[in-house]
Ligand binder design. Structure first.
Ligand code: TRP
Length: 436
């Protein structure tokens, strides 16, 4: 079976950035940043993206390209003699399933709000009504299930197309569209009277809020936002051709992810402050607070459609990357054809998604367990595996052979061997409440 691959560098970057840029950037990043000292958080965020995020992303891409197989079989293919690491492949597959099943529920909410925005159904609602609507909608069953299935169908449609003619094709169109929308939104928000307070909230340094737990919070956001720690980028890496510079790709993707996160902050907070809304309302920020703002704003109708379409695009290309992890496994290890594999995987995910909708505690459990336990665990093993168990000559071949300078190469290996596993371990402990 000839293996599909990305056609060029822009295609790879668009797809990987599509995975990274998601609900985590547009909703979570601004909120977490706002709560943790604004630009003080930002400085450390950037530091950790460069120091840990980029090296681990490179590690995943290396595992993928060297093994040329899905996350499930990649560790085994590279080191048959290290069975402990083979479990990381199983873990990755499991994590993809778990993340996708609750991610698709939230993406379904986004699809619903996109529809409401287009039909202008939110415009006549008071703040109380909007709040009530979100509560009732998100705790109901039928509509969320329908929208979740619509979202999974969209993901399946893209994944069935394969790499070149599916994921790459759509990412190449959708990611630049997303960039354009978010730039327009952030300019519009910044022109509101009173917007300056939003800018201050985001960028005025406040180091007084900085402490150990904030720094660990930063690391957690870096992992989730970059899509690292479970092998989504191992899977994408397996479709990257030999000649491409993996470090270059990781840097571009991380830059794009960070840019969109910052632009999301600029699109949301000036508006939040201009309309004197409490910035730290949590999950409701996007679904409850923003429609209020759109209602009070000139051009709010267009602004609201643009925003929810943007959020849906971001969620779609992230969902696609998670679905591809499962589909790649089913194709290569169970020998199921792409179309059948995609439909089967989507149906399975939808069934678990329905369970998440019916049993809210399961939703919370999946959300919590995946980011706080499964991703950090995967991250530790991925960096240790590449740092210690892939022969240095092979790593050299993957990186330095493609224009990466020798000292940069040595730094990346050092980070993967020592720094990254230690840092993730600390995040892990923090998430378990060890520092509380
Ligand atoms: N990074 C995406 C976001 O910010 C979510 C995501 C997609 C993800 N694929 C992932 C997170 C793989 C961890 C691992 O919304």
């Amino acid at each position: 079976m000839a293996r599909d691959s990305f056609s060029n560098k822009f295609g790879i970057i668009a797809a990987a950035a599509g995975s990274a840029i998601g609900l985590g950037n547009i909703w979570r990043f601004p909120y977490v940043l706002g709560e943790n000292g604004g630009s003080a958080f930002l400085i450390f965020y950037l530091l950790f993206i460069i120091a840990i995020g980029v090296p681990i992303m490179v590690a995943e891409l290396i595992i993928g390209r060297r093994s040329r197989t899905s996350v499930f079989g990649s560790f085994k293919k590279l080191r048959r003699d290290k069975p402990l690491f083979h479990l990381v492949g199983v873990l990755g597959l499991l994590t993809a399933f778990i993340i996708l099943s609750f991610y698709s529920v939230v993406a379904g909410w986004t699809a619903n709000y996109t529809y409401l925005a287009i039909t202008n159904s939110l415009a006549d609602k008071s703040p109380e009504e909007l709040n009530l609507y979100f509560k009732e909608f998100s705790s109901s069953v039928i509509l969320p299930i329908i929208y979740m299935i619509i979202f999974m169908t969209l993901c399946a449609f893209v994944v069935i197309g394969g790499i070149k003619n599916g994921i790459e094709k759509y990412s190449k169109i959708l990611m630049p569209a997303l960039l354009v929308i978010i730039i327009i939104l952030s300019i519009r928000a910044s022109l509101l009277p009173g917007a300056i307070d939003g800018w201050k909230f985001l960028f005025k340094p406040d180091f007084s809020k900085l402490n150990a737990s904030v720094i660990l919070e930063v690391v957690g956001q870096v992992f989730f936002s970059l899509s690292i720690g479970m092998g989504a980028l191992i899977t994408y890496g397996s479709y990257v051709k030999k000649g491409e510079n993996l470090l270059n790709i990781a840097i571009s993707v991380s830059l794009a992810d960070t840019l969109i996160a910052i632009l999301s902050g600029i699109a949301i907070f000036p508006a939040v402050f201009a309309f004197k809304i409490n910035p730290d309302v949590g999950p409701g920020l996007v679904f409850v607070t923003l429609p209020n703002i759109f209602n009070k704003m000139i051009g709010g109708y267009i602004f609201s459609i643009a925003f929810f379409v943007l959020l849906l695009i971001a969620a779609l290309t992230s969902g696609v990357s998670l679905l591809e992890v499962v589909v790649a496994y089913m194709r290569e290890h169970l020998h199921i054809k792409r179309k059948k594999a995609t439909i089967t995987a989507s149906v399975l995910v939808s069934i678990i998604g329905i369970l998440c909708i019916i049993i809210p505690s399961l939703f919370d459990q999946f959300d919590w367990t995946s980011s706080n336990i499964l991703l950090p665990t995967g991250g530790i093993f991925i960096s240790i595996f590449v740092g210690w168990y892939i022969p240095k000559s092979d790593l050299y071949d993957e990186l330095s052979g493609h224009g990466v300078k020798h000292y940069v190469f040595e730094i990346i290996i050092f980070i993967l061997k020592y720094i990254a596993p230690t840092a993730i371990f600390l995040v892990f402990l923090n998430n378990l409440g060890a520092f509380k």
